[in-house]
Design a protein around this ligand. Structure first.
Ligand code: ADP
Ligand code: MG
Length: 906
């Protein structure tokens, strides 16, 4: 309802389309009939009775505005009279209707009393007998057609409750198709006109009550905001459900759903539908055909460039909107707030409708200020009154004289609305999105084409290159042959001429005197001789040259032969050296085999039937209790190894780790593992690069035995802090974790778990160890279930928990235990009472360490670990652990509170 583009033709303009509001004061009785039958103009505008547009709507009668292509179009108003209903037929039987219609003159007479009536002119007067079809055709159809052409349109019904607004707009028809209202018929026309491939229709259905907009298609959504485009001033409801409509049936279903929701919502709000405004919004989006094609054909003779230009031109779409508004009943709600409404509610209910009335008044009076922003309804209908939409209003009235007051005010509303002018504008815009999609397709095509051409080009270059090479080779070959032939020819000629010369020479020698006597040499002969001499000389030169060349080649050949002899000698030396080395390797292999067998045997003898423990260092925690005994015992089997170590040298043994022969590798790794079990050797092994080689084996070896033994050796080396740092630095944790994931043999898992458990005991490596998946790998290995593996896992967890506890006490660690983060607690709880003592002990210690820190208390309680701590404090067989558990529980406020709450005795 922008007053900028709106305008009311006021009287003096004399423009044909002006309609006077009140045309005729038809007097009867006491009033002289001076003007009877003739219109008497209340506003004094001459010619106002004339109508310019022949149809009910101004599609053709509009006035084009100069620049914007906007067309001036007045709001069209029809009045519809409802037939008497049963009640009125009975109650008002003796009275005439309060109105009299003159449809052919498009006039309505409103009886003021028995002798006085006023006549009003409308764009259309619809009697009680008018069919729904006719009402649609005169009120809505022109608007719908105009929406289909790309203009916004509004169809509204205004009137007292019960006069037929909903009947006119919203009837679905059902069985009786003749009863269908404007909404249903409008959609039928829209769907029939659009092209489904390029156009689309979508609807929203809303209700406005007490200044709240509720989505009738999704009633939970009951406070939808109105959004105004700051550039165009267009209003929209982005929060409302928008449903794309493809066929009439689904649209009618939507209306039905919306109506049901409306009734339900109003029941909930304890009001009637007549108090709310129902708004149907139909968005129509149509592609404008033809114009682009025309642009393309005009853009140049060059077919290619013109089609390119055409494809860069965004297609045009028309986006128009049909708004159908079934307004709330126009009767005034009692200001005192009867009908069960408070005064505030009554004001609020009326607000939108009275704001609409004010805006229409302002527009009708051409007032400079139109209070559009006073209500949600007027904001929503901004475009419908004084805006750019084509608007058609139907005012509904009843016949009963009892409602004369309401009927009069309805008629006056309609009369004022007739003065409102809109500037209808085509809602056309460039469809950049679809252009974008089209350009994308174009671009992809061009890229593909470019790639294809590039490929063709590359192939062509390759082909030309090959051909050129072939030709060069051919030319070279031909050249060579020609040269050879030439050479041979000259050589032959040379030989021939020598022969001839020699012949001549001989003849000359045999008969010198005779010749001298017989013929004194003539000058001719002298020349010939001289010629021949010269030829002879040049031939000799040539011969010398060739001789020189031959001797040069011979020299070269001699040098080459000498070289070959030298190389052959070298080869012989190498071969004999290789033989020696092979022999040596053979000896070493047999020695290794013997040594490792001896070692294995001795070890199994020494360990008896118990589980095989190859490397003493691994069970450091367990062996602590055994004192130094095992170390001395292990001296026996180590002797042959030590011998070997001295005989062969560490470097050589380590080099055998990379041997091609699988057997050799297995034995070598066993030897290294045995050596690594001795603390005295560890440093040397690491220094010589043994740790790196072992880690390499872990990474690259497919052989489970090798990986098991290598992991064992690493576990032994991992007992020392310096080595722990090295293992860490060389990615050992990741390698061990990977091995843990792959391995199935419990002994391999035990070695890997042992190695990680050792690393767990290093305070400095905690975060990194966990970060590289060490804890997860450790916990993953419990899947194997073997007690030896579980013992190592438990030891690792205990080591880790101890370090964490130490760090926390020193203030170096805050936050929950990383073990808890990595999900160790459930396993800890499950195994806290494991029957195997080593497992149980480590877990008991780990639990105590974890519980010593308040941050962990919540998880300890949640996972049920408190019970285990209580159990440990009650009946652990080791007194020190029992005491530790007791102290731990009693000194933690959280655990202690929980224990008390659960009434657990310690
Ligand atoms: P409103 O929406 O204005 O409150 P309704 O459309 O609900 O009014 O109409 C009230 C009653 O009058 C309904 O029962 C309706 O069927 C009936 N009615 C309204 N207009 C007509 C008409 N033109 N012909 C026959 N019945 C009508
Ligand atoms: Mg109604």
């Amino acid at each position: 309802m922008s007053h900028m583009v709106s305008g009311v033709r006021n009287g003096g303009g004399g423009v044909g389309s002006r309609m006077s509001a009140k045309l005729d004061r038809h007097s009867t009785g006491a009033t002289p009939k001076s003007a009877a039958g003739k219109p008497r103009l209340s506003s004094g505008t001459a010619g106002a009775y004339r109508r310019t547009s022949s149809g009910p709507l101004p599609a053709a009668g509009g006035r084009a505005s100069s620049e914007s292509g906007a067309v001036c179009s007045r709001v069209r108003v029809a009045v519809r009279l409802r037939p008497r209903n049963a009640e009125e037929l009975a109650a008002d039987a003796d009275f005439g209707d309060c109105v009299e219609l003159q449809p052919e003159l498009k006039r309505l007479k409103l009886r003021k009393n028995n002798w006085e009536s006023e006549t009003y002119q409308f764009d259309e007067v619809l009697t009680e007998f008018s069919s729904q079809k006719r009402v649609y055709e005169v009120v809505a159809k022109p608007v719908v057609e105009s929406v289909l052409e790309g203009y916004n349109g509004t169809v509204m019904a205004y009137g007292q409750t019960g006069t037929g607004k909903t009947f006119t707009l919203g009837r679905l028809g059902g069985e009786d198709t003749a009863a269908r209202g404007i909404m249903v018929r409008a959609m039928e026309d829209i769907l029939a006109d659009i092209t489904p491939e390029t156009d689309s229709v979508s609807v929203s259905y809303l209700q406005l009550y007490m200044e709240m907009i509720q989505d009738l298609l999704d009633p939970v959504n009951d406070n939808i905001a109105i959004v105004e485009d700051p550039r165009t001033g267009d209003v929209s409801l982005p929060g409302a459900t928008i449903v794309e409509v493809r066929d009439q049936k689904s649209f009618v279903d939507l209306l039905r759903v919306g109506e049901a929701h409306r009734i339900a919502a109003n029941t909930k709000l304890n009001t009637e539908s007549s108090r709310s405004h129902a708004i149907l919004m139909v968005n129509v989006r149509r592609a404008v055909k033809g114009r682009n094609e025309m642009d393309i054909s005009m853009s140049g003779e060059n077919g290619h460039s013109s089609s390119m230009m055409g494809s860069f031109r965004p297609p045009i779409v028309r986006k128009s909107k049909l708004v159908v508004v079934d307004l709330a009943g126009s009767e005034r709600i009692d200001k005192s707030g009867s009908e069960g409404h408070t005064l505030e509610e009554a004001k609020s209910i009326n607000l939108s409708l009275s704001a609409l009335g004010k805006c229409i008044n302002a527009l009708a009076e051409n007032s400079p200020h139109v209070p559009v922003r006073d209500s949600k309804l007027t904001r929503l209908l901004k475009d419908s009154f004084g805006g750019t939409a084509r608007t058609s209003l139907v005012v509904t009235i009843g016949p009963s004289p009892r409602h004369r007051g309401e009927t009069t005010s309805t008629i006056m509303f309609g009369q004022r609305a007739m003065k409102v002018e809109n500037m209808v504008k085509l809602k056309e815009e460039f469809d950049y999105k679809s252009l974008c999609r089209r350009l994308d397709v174009e671009l992809n095509k061009l890229i593909a084409e470019n790639e294809r051409q590039q490929k063709y080009f590359d192939d062509e270059v390759e082909r030309i290159r090959a051909e050129a090479q072939y030709r060069i080779a051919e030319a070279e070959r031909e050249c060579k042959i020609a040269l050879e032939n030439e050479k041979m020819k000259y050589h032959q000629e040379y030989l021939d001429s020598i022969e001839i010369l020699e012949e001549k020479w001989k003849v000359h020698q045999q008969s010198p005197k005779k010749q001298i006597k017989e013929a004194e040499p003539t000058s001719n002969d002298v020349n010939l001789l001289q010629n021949e001499k010269m030829q002879h000389q040049s031939a000799e030169h040539e011969a010398n040259d060739l001789k020189n060349q031959v001797s040069h080649w011979k020299k070269l050949e001699a040098t080459a032969t000498a070289e070959v002899v030298k190389l052959r000698k070298m080869l012989d030396t190498e071969a004999s050296e290789k033989e020696k080395l092979e022999e040596e390797i053979g000896v070493l292999r047999s020695q290794l085999l013997q040594m490792s067998m001896e070692a294995d045997e001795t070890r199994s003898l020494e360990r008896g039937d118990g589980p095989e423990k190859i490397f003493p260092g691994l069970d450091s925690l367990v062996s602590q209790t055994r004192g130094s005994q095992p170390r001395e015992q292990s001296n026996g089997p180590k002797q042959p190894i030590a011998k070997l170590f001295e005989q062969v040298g560490l470097q050589k043994i380590l080099s055998l780790l990379e041997s091609e022969e699988p057997d050799v590798r297995v034995h070598a790794v066993k030897v290294v593992a045995n050596l690594a079990a001795e603390e005295a050797n560890q440093e040397k092994i690491v220094e010589a690069g043994g740790l790196t080689s072992l880690l390499m084996l872990l990474r690259s070896s497919e052989d489970e035995t090798i990986r098991r033994v290598a992991a064992g050796a690493i576990a032994n080396l991992a007992m020392n802090e310096t080595n722990q740092d090295l293992i860490m630095a060389q990615g050992g944790v990741t390698l061990l974790s990977m091995t843990a994931l792959d391995a199935e043999d419990p002994q391999t898992l035990r070695m890997v778990a042992g190695a990680i458990a050792n690393l767990c005991g290093n305070d400095k490596l905690q975060t990194r160890l966990r970060g590289e998946g060490g804890i997860k790998a450790l916990l993953g290995m419990v899947r194997c279930g073997h007690p030896d593996v579980l013992a190592q896992v438990a030891r690792g967890i205990a080591n880790f928990a101890k370090c964490e506890s130490r760090a926390a006490t020193q203030g170096n660690k805050v936050g929950k235990s990383l073990l808890i983060h990595d999900g160790a607690l459930p396993w800890i709880v499950k195994n806290a009472n494991n029957e195997a003592a080593p497992i149980r002990r480590h877990i008991e210690l780990a639990l105590c360490h974890l519980a010593q820190h308040e941050v962990n208390a919540k998880d300890i309680i949640n996972e049920g670990a408190l019970w285990e701590l209580v159990r440990i404090s009650r009946n652990c067989s080791r007194e020190d652990i029992r005491m530790l558990a007791y102290r731990t529980v009693t000194s933690s406020p959280t655990l202690e509170a929980e224990r008390r709450a659960l009434r657990i005795e310690l």
